[in-house]
Design a binder for this molecule. Structure first.
Ligand code: HEC
Length: 195
């Protein structure tokens, strides 16, 4: 099937089910995250952007309420594959921003108090809609506070505002691949701010 035909087919399926979908769903015409164009991603974000912060903030978490005032590190959401093929956009707090935005590849040491918050959007293939995914967090603690994770504390807030539960190793085992970058993976090159 060529792209146009496939698009038309998906679009008509989307129309059929849209009456059954909940009003707050953000319908999409393409359900494969890697096939989304910049325009698709922009319109998904238009629809879902405010709902994200609303959801994350439900539990009163201060980071959830404030991270959008931090420095955005990407020009748009990117689909890197990791983090469940979600659409990802990372924000850095004032302590982290300067060093993070260098996207340096060697000898990186982030200052204590650095925080990264990465919001995420999931394409739900059953609903044919974009839905809010977790807000993933990394916080750099004082030196020696968490030797097993190089002083990083991993956290997450669910779309309903509740904290995510997981073992630190679940996150760190993968982030270990970027030891020279102080365990930061950075956004995809094509969406990095300043690239
Ligand atoms: C399978 C590998 C993998 C696992 C597991 C993983 N991450 Fe990541 N993480 C990545 C990659 C790759 C990126 C960069 C992708 C992007 O943002 O486009 C990233 C980026 C991040 C960022 C933005 C800062 C940075 O590294 O540039 C945060 C915050 C983050 N992850 C938190 C977490 C948390 C919390 C967990 C555990 C719940 C976790 N990660 C589990 C691979 C992983």
């Amino acid at each position: 099937m060529n792209h146009l035909v496939r698009f038309a087919a998906v679009a008509s399926v989307a129309l059929l089910v849209s009456t059954a979908a909940q009003a707050q769903d953000c319908q999409v015409s393409i359900t494969e995250p890697f096939d989304l164009t910049e325009t698709d991603i922009a319109s998904i974000y238009d629809c879902i952007g405010d709902k994200m912060v609303e959801g994350y903030s439900k539990g009163g978490d201060m980071v959830a309420k404030n991270y959008r005032n931090w420095t955005v590190t990407g020009t748009r959401h990117g689909v890197a594959g990791a983090h469940g093929n979600r659409l990802l956009l990372t924000y850095a707090n004032d302590i982290a921003a300067e060093q993070y935005l260098k996207f340096a590849e060697e000898g990186v040491v982030m200052p204590a108090g650095s925080r990264l918050a990465k919001e995420s959007i999931k394409i739900n293939k059953k609903k044919i809609a974009a839905v809010v995914g977790p807000l993933f967090l990394m916080t750099k603690l004082e030196a020696g506070a968490a030797p097993e994770t190089a002083d990083w504390l991993y956290g997450g807030i669910q779309p309903n505002g509740k904290p995510m539960k997981f073992k630190q190793g679940f996150c760190h085992d993968c982030h270990m691949s970027w030891e020279e970058q102080d365990f930061l993976a950075y956004p995809l090159e094509e969406v990095r701010v300043g690239n």
